[in-house]
Design a protein around this ligand. Structure first.
Ligand code: ATP
Ligand code: MG
Length: 430
């Protein structure tokens, strides 16, 4: 029997897997420079956590959650995002009693039962941050900047940062009334999701991606006319501070985001590849005021974002083309004859302890086939060991890029490798 991969899931291997891992490492280390610490929370939580926090009117809770009863009869859901779990962890462990703000970053798989299509999976990876505890537009800007600079760093030179304000609670309530009034005699021609949103959360209609609906949405009232002076000032302060850092943005007054918990500032990062590929938002986030208290903690304002790592990876592959990194090793040891095998094996183990990426073929193969293997493994260097080299403790180190060869003694090997591989500049060494 052949087992099929599940719809909406994927296997990552070779460069795909390597680059996903690398993205996590780079984003994590940039977040650390902003004072964020790693947090890890469970892959599943009680369903109610998500229905309360992500919101019953959101598509995620309504249609996209993987929900089941466990053997103890508990109602469980696989996490459709990580923010709710992080909030729950902050409450469970009373982390809110520490110095505020709490700054955490996470990276993990999330599950959404969506219709699979390009850039849309049922299990995918999110990297994100949450800055919890202080209501201050500086933190909003700090968070938006972190996302923006992280994406620029990994290679998105022409990033589109879309930004909007949903205002404070009273602004939003007034706006919702205006939207209901506008949509009430048009809603019967709109998609079933919009009809449901009209009843549950009219604001979410603005997030509809159906083309016909978009035409109706285009002329809907804009939030700007319903914002309190305070909310306007808050948003303006955010924009001014972004300007100060030369972070370019586009104000998009239809941007409302798919989750129910946002207020004030919301944003999305987009990128359109030069071949026209547009995978939708590669990251998104916003400010939220009630989420922590909704899950049983104190009422503390927060701001966060989440990146979709697969979408980022797919776009980077297009941008970088040939340069997109492939798995490689530093050194492939080529041994000639049975008597050199154990010697080579022990040398390989020694070099691995010095953190070089080293491999060799443990079967008997010709020098030609071993060289081919070295090339297929994308090795930077080959170290050739015959019985003479073994006796003399002196080897030939071959640069597989330039084909140049140098002689090197056992005593100098680690230092030399450090020079040529550590610095990666063999040419200058000659
Ligand atoms: P979209 O509007 O594309 O459905 P969303 O509003 O559901 O996105 P969030 O819940 O904010 O997105 O998730 C953050 C990021 O996760 C998105 O910007 C996107 O890059 C990524 N993402 C969301 N859904 C998927 C999916 N099904 N497959 C892969 N990546 C996804
Ligand atoms: Mg979605």
């Amino acid at each position: 029997m052949e087992y099929q991969i599940q719809r909406g899931t994927y296997d990552a291997y070779d460069e795909e897997a390597l680059n996903l891992k690398k993205l996590e490492e780079i984003f994590s280390s940039i977040a650390s420079t902003y004072g964020y610490n790693y947090i890890k929370t469970p892959t599943y939580e009680q369903t109610e956590l998500f229905t309360r926090s992500v919101g019953e009117s959101s598509d995620i809770v309504n249609k996209e959650m993987f929900t089941f009863l466990d053997k103890g009869g508990r109602n469980i859901s696989l996490r459709p995002e990580l923010t709710a779990g992080v909030m729950r962890a902050i409450v469970t462990n009373k982390l809110y009693a520490r110095d505020l703000p709490l700054k955490n970053f996470y990276c993990g798989n999330v599950f959404r039962y969506e219709r699979p299509q390009q850039g849309r999976y049922r299990e995918f990876l999110q990297f994100g941050v949450e800055c919890v505890g202080i209501n201050n537009y500086f933190h909003d800007v700090e968070t938006i900047s972190l996302g923006y600079k992280s994406l620029k760093f990994v290679g998105f030179s022409h990033l589109i940062l879309k930004i909007n304000t949903l205002g404070d609670e009273s602004s939003r309530e007034n706006y919702k009334i205006a939207l209901r009034d506008y949509f009430k005699d048009k809603i019967s021609c709109m998609c079933p999701d919009c009809q449901r949103r009209f009843e549950t959360n009219v604001l979410r209609i603005l997030d509809c991606k159906v083309e016909e609906d978009q035409k109706i949405i285009k002329d809907a009232p804009k939030i700007n006319s319903y914002l309190s002076q305070e909310a306007k000032d808050y948003f303006q302060n955010v924009l001014d501070l972004l300007d100060e850092q030369s972070i370019e943005y586009v104000i998009d007054d239809t941007l409302v985001r798919g989750l129910d918990y946002y207020s004030q500032v919301v944003f999305e990062y987009h990128y359109i590849a030069s071949d026209g590929t547009n995978l939708g938002a590669i990251g998104a986030g916003g400010h939220y005021d009630n989420l922590l208290s909704d899950v049983g903690g104190p009422k503390l304002s927060s701001v966060g974002f989440a990146f979709g790592l697969e979408r980022i990876n797919a776009l980077l592959k297009i941008i970088e083309g040939e340069k997109y990194e492939k798995p490689n090793i530093d050194l492939y040891i080529i041994h000639l004859g049975e008597e050199t095998k154990q010697y080579s094996f022990l040398l390989m183990q020694e070099l691995r302890e010095a953190f070089f990426k080293v491999d060799m073929c443990l079967e008997e193969k010709s020098i030609k086939s071993q060289l081919k293997l070295a090339i297929r493994k994308n090795a930077k260097f080959a170290l050739i060991i015959g019985s003479e080299e073994m006796q003399k403790n002196c080897f030939n180190l071959k640069n597989l890029n330039t084909q140049e060869q140098i002689e090197i003694s056992y005593e100098n090997l680690i230092d030399k490798l450090d020079e040529v591989i550590g610095l990666g500049d063999y040419e200058d060494e000659k």
